[in-house]
Design a protein around this ligand. Structure first.
Ligand code: SAM
Length: 366
């Protein structure tokens, strides 16, 4: 590929989330929701009211009131479970919405314009199905492996009866069987952000690398030894517009190292998987080769930029037709989004060709 000229286009997309321009007004929220008031304190350094980001009860209460105030969602999680930040999770939802409406690939799955998504590892907080239903009117299957996640995801769905018909919670058994319950609550993990006012994403489309032989790929990626993820959980007759996932990022709780600047909870079962997110998402990629006709888009959140590069090259190895990446910026924290499809692209707008060597450099700004 030595002669290829690198061409690139950077699309900076300010997502339409409520927090992209303005941070939530904590004082106003506290005046409306007295239960939030005790968590507020005045920062003379910044000259505004804020919360103690290292206090799990404070971050959980903030998430609760944001979901209630902006999305009319009733929501709760038990102590210690992963507490999502609403701006970050909304960001991912808006990015998926942009993918679905982009006309990059044909839109033939949805019947009657109804969008159906699959949330891998929905957690006790069930945040993506709840936000996706509230913001976009999407229906969801949310899967998880732990009893506490299933129990609380169901509670959260059932506490929002107007969405309960739209969200199915599906238990993944380690032997591969699944059970579902029609549903009925919040996380964000280990991240270093101290503010939640910045909510932007930078989209990049990535052109293929030279493929490696598929066989070597398949053998190489047998390092995920956990329960099934998509294959064996998605039924043969099911079709989805997309899947999304906030994977267990870490290989060990030590690695998770719970950032002292924030406290968003997160148990080992939520945060850790052997091989970390690299192994987890590699398995999603493997599963996607078997389920390529049942999903328009496969997507995942990624915690480490180095894994984004690795996983993107894996995607080209298995024969995807398109790869899209984005960076989610929240305060001082970055996460990345990775999306792929096996569907034939309608319009070819590939704009980022590989450099001489086989490693892609990404146009992602920190
Ligand atoms: C980082 S948490 C994400 C929770 C929620 N989606 C969020 O964004 O806040 C990862 C979740 O994946 C679940 N999980 C781990 N392995 C899984 C599997 N094979 N299938 C489904 N869920 C799984 C964990 O139990 C945990 O709830």
């Amino acid at each position: 590929m030595g002669g290829n000229k690198k061409r690139k286009r950077k699309e900076e997309v300010k997502v339409k989330c409520k927090y992209s321009e303005n941070s939530p007004d904590f004082t106003h929220l506290a005046s409306l929701y007295p239960s939030f008031q005790p968590f507020l304190h005045y920062s003379s350094r910044h000259n505004y009211h804020t919360i103690d980001w290292t206090d799990f009860n404070a971050t959980r209460e903030l998430t609760r009131v944001l979901l209630l105030h902006h999305h009319s969602l009733n929501w709760w999680i038990p102590d210690g479970q992963l507490c999502p930040t609403v701006p970050n999770r909304s960001n991912y939802i808006y990015w998926v919405a942009d993918l679905l409406s982009s006309d990059i690939i044909p839109n033939t799955i949805s019947a009657g314009g109804k969008v159906r998504g699959f949330d891998i590892g929905t957690g006790a907080n069930c945040i993506y199905p709840l936000l996706g239903a509230a913001l976009m009117g999407w229906s969801f299957v949310g899967s998880d492996v732990t009893d506490v996640a299933i129990e609380w995801a169901e509670k959260n769905v059932n506490n929002n009866p107007h969405f309960s018909e739209m969200i199915e919670i599906r238990k993944v058994e380690s032997n591969g069987s699944t059970s579902c319950v029609q549903g009925l609550h919040y996380e964000e993990p280990v991240h270093s952000g101290t503010e939640i006012n910045l909510c932007e994403s930078i989209n990049t489309e990535v052109a293929p690398l030279p493929s490696l032989p598929l066989d070597s790929h398949i053998q190489e990626n047998k390092n995920y030894r956990g329960p099934p993820i998509l294959l064996g959980v998605v039924r043969d007759d099911e079709k989805f517009d997309f899947c999304m996932c906030n994977p267990p990022f870490f290989e060990s709780l030590e690695e998770a190292g719970l950032n002292p600047k924030t406290s968003c909870g997160g148990t080992s079962k939520e945060m850790v998987c052997p091989g970390g997110e690299k192994a987890f998402i590699t398995r999603i990629i493997e599963d996607s080769t078997e389920l390529k006709h049942q999903f328009r888009w496969f997507t995942s959140m990624i915690g480490r930029k180095t894994n984004l590069k690795y996983l993107t090259s894996k995607l080209w190895e298995v024969g995807v037709t398109i790869v899209k990446t984005t960076e989610f910026v929240q305060g001082r924290t970055s996460r990345w989004g990775l999306a792929w499809s096996f569907w034939p692209p309608i319009q070819k707008s590939s704009i980022f060709l590989p450099e001489k060597k086989s490693n892609i450099s990404f146009l992602l700004e920190v």
